[in-house]
Design a protein around this ligand. Structure first.
Ligand code: F6P
Ligand code: MN
Length: 299
């Protein structure tokens, strides 16, 4: 059984360092989850003061990434603005959603970490320039799914046979030819008529609705079963909810490497040049035929 540490040897050594730096924190993050389940500034069930879990997770991951000495800039949901490596080291820009789906913490539903890796001179660049993207899913089974051009999409499973490393679960993952599921974000009363038309079409095709409220979990199920994840434009909120740079771009990169497609209702999300690290975008990810149909509905 191949371990993650062995698998990343195929990659550029600096890129491998970024993946393993985040992967090595899983136990620490996982064991912290029950201690920081409530709101920041309150006491947890163990009577300890808590700092919000997403802030704590951000600090832990940022520290580990900076220590690799290969990261030049970090763009994180929790930081507001890009953070430059104070030592002036590094060539990579890493985008980070440290705890995606944080509203699921209290209810104990899925959440995860999303990372995108760029190697351009400019900090804010289009998603198609990513060299790698990966996510951690802190589910009943903790997994790490990473994609590069060279390796395709691979899923690693934590703790197999008691080891601290991750072991290969699924190699070179591809979306099934026919999609089964759809995860539909936003309140249906706020959906645009064009999107309602698409949803009617997909329902008539027999797709089932499954939505958990964490991008990582809702995307992960599409990777397995095929179909579409959407957080669409909404009436009164044309940019939807999810962030282009730290959320939509890494998952769009992964879905393309798995043979699927992404859209912002006009074209590929990966072609959009960001102007703000925090900008939002409508996002749809899944099987190519469904994304094509979605764009037809919006034309
Ligand atoms: O990061 C934002 C996020 O929590 C995503 O993980 C998820 O896809 C979305 O928001 C859920 O939003 P809503 O609560 O509106 O369904
Ligand atoms: Mn998120």
């Amino acid at each position: 059984m191949e371990s993650l540490n062995e698998h990343v040897q195929e990659l550029d050594a600096e890129l491998a360092k970024i993946i393993t730096a985040v992967a090595s924190l899983t136990d620490r993050i996982h064991s912290e989850l029950p201690h920081r389940r409530g709101m920041a500034g309150t006491k947890n069930v163990f009577g300890e003061d808590q700092k919000a879990l997403d802030v704590w997770t951000n600090d832990v991951i940022v520290e580990a990434l900076m220590k690799t000495a290969v990261v030049k800039t970090i763009i994180s949901e929790e930081l507001g603005q890009p953070l430059e490596n104070p030592d002036g080291n590094g060539t990579y820009t890493v985008t980070l959603d440290p705890l995606d789906g944080s509203s699921n913490i209290e209810s104990n539903n899925l959440f995860g970490t999303i990372v995108g890796v760029h190697k351009e001179k400019e900090t804010l660049t289009t998603g198609k320039n990513q060299v790698c993207a990966f996510y951690n899913l802190y589910g009943p089974i903790t997994t790490l799914v990473y994609a590069t051009k060279k390796t395709g999409v691979n899923e690693f499973v934590k703790h197999r046979k008691g080891s601290t490393d991750y072991f290969l679960g699924r190699e070179n993952m591809k979306l099934p030819d026919k999609g089964k599921l759809m995860g539909l974000g936003g309140a249906p009363k706020d959906w645009a008529p064009q999107y309602k038309k698409f949803v009617d079409f997909a329902m008539a095709q027999g797709l089932k609705v499954r939505y958990g409220g964490a991008f990582v979990g809702d995307f992960n199920q599409i990777l397995y079963y095929g179909g579409i994840f959407s957080y669409p434009s909404l009436v009164g909120k044309p940019q939807g909810k999810l962030r282009l740079v730290i959320e939509a771009n890494p998952m769009s990169y992964i879905v393309e490497k798995a043979g699927g497609a992404c859209s912002n209702e006009k074209g590929s999300v990966l072609e959009v040049k960001p102007t703000d690290p925090n900008q939002r975008t409508p996002i749809h990810l899944g099987n190519k035929d469904l994304i094509k149909k979605l764009e037809e509905c919006f034309r």
